[in-house]
Design a binder for this molecule. Structure first.
Ligand code: FAD
Length: 231
């Protein structure tokens, strides 16, 4: 069962205006501080649309978003931290001994009763051995080698607007794994609350490309080869 929880805990004040003011600095005689006050909400909106459609994404780096992320598996946190243009601080299994072991159970496993029972048995057996090792004086940093990737973890993640657009283009794609898709659906929902224009731009890459560049399409857009054949 998924337990993904995401909360936006901090962000650049007035993020979209900040992005727009930064973008206007390059073409306006006015200073950024003046632009921050002068730009109308409509002008901010127009500027953001133009930046997106022209692919001029560097101004989006000036708005940054910090999220508390909880209830994801270590499978997903491992996938997440491959995105290097972001900052992460994760709960340590070296310093925090896991007396209780919360873990994620994928729906495909829950759907098969017999397998689900064996899964829980396997995970609990691994945790039992972990506790036994702690009791035997083995440090948590070594005992943890026996723990499954299903283990629940929590972290704080900071990404700027440009990286959010990029990572969502990869991880909102339905070819990505369900748990990380769900994580970024929740990230998107949090961003939409404070930066609706940017939030709306957090979408799978196919929406920008107009076709699917994966080997197999989920059905939203045809794959590039099929598009070519149709021409
Ligand atoms: C559906 C899916 C399946 C995946 N499967 C696998 C897998 O099986 N095995 C696996 O190992 N990974 C896998 N990955 C991870 C993938 O290979 C990337 O590491 C991950 O998506 C991070 O990509 P990123 O563009 O955010 O890269 P980052 O490493 O964060 O880099 C960001 C951007 O900076 C640039 N950049 C960064 N470093 C360099 C560099 N050294 N040289 C030149 N340009 C650079 C690139 O433009 C890059 O897009 C998968 C990812 C997805 C989305």
């Amino acid at each position: 069962m998924s337990m993904v929880y995401v909360a936006l805990i901090s962000y650049t004040p007035d993020p979209e205006r900040t992005i727009a003011a930064a973008a206007r600095v390059s073409t306006s005689p006015a200073r950024a501080s003046q632009l921050m006050q002068k730009l109308s909400p409509q002008a901010v909106d127009r500027l953001l649309s133009r930046l997106i459609s022209s692919g001029h994404l560097s101004p989006f780096e000036h708005a940054s978003f910090t999220f508390a992320i909880e209830g994801i598996s270590r499978v997903t946190s491992h996938q997440l931290v491959r995105h290097r243009m972001a900052s992460y601080t994760q709960q340590s299994q070296r310093y925090v001994p896991l007396k209780e072991f919360s873990y994620i159970t994928p729906a495909t496993i829950s759907a098969k009763r017999e397998m689900e029972a064996k899964y829980h048995q396997g995970v609990r057996a691994a945790h039992h051995l972990y506790l036994e090792m702690l009791d035997a004086g083995i440090p948590a940093e070594d005992a943890r080698y026996v723990l499954p990737q299903a283990g629940e973890t929590g972290l704080v993640m900071t990404m700027n607007g440009r990286e959010l657009i990029h990572v969502c283009s990869l991880r909102l794609c339905l070819r990505a794994q369900w748990e990380i898709v769900e994580l970024f659906e929740k990230v998107k929902a949090e961003v939409e609350k404070v930066a609706p224009h940017l939030g709306a731009e957090l979408k799978p890459k196919c929406y920008r490309l107009g076709y699917c560049d994966e080997a197999e399409s989920c059905g939203i857009f045809p794959i590039a080869v099929e598009m070519g054949e149709r021409r």
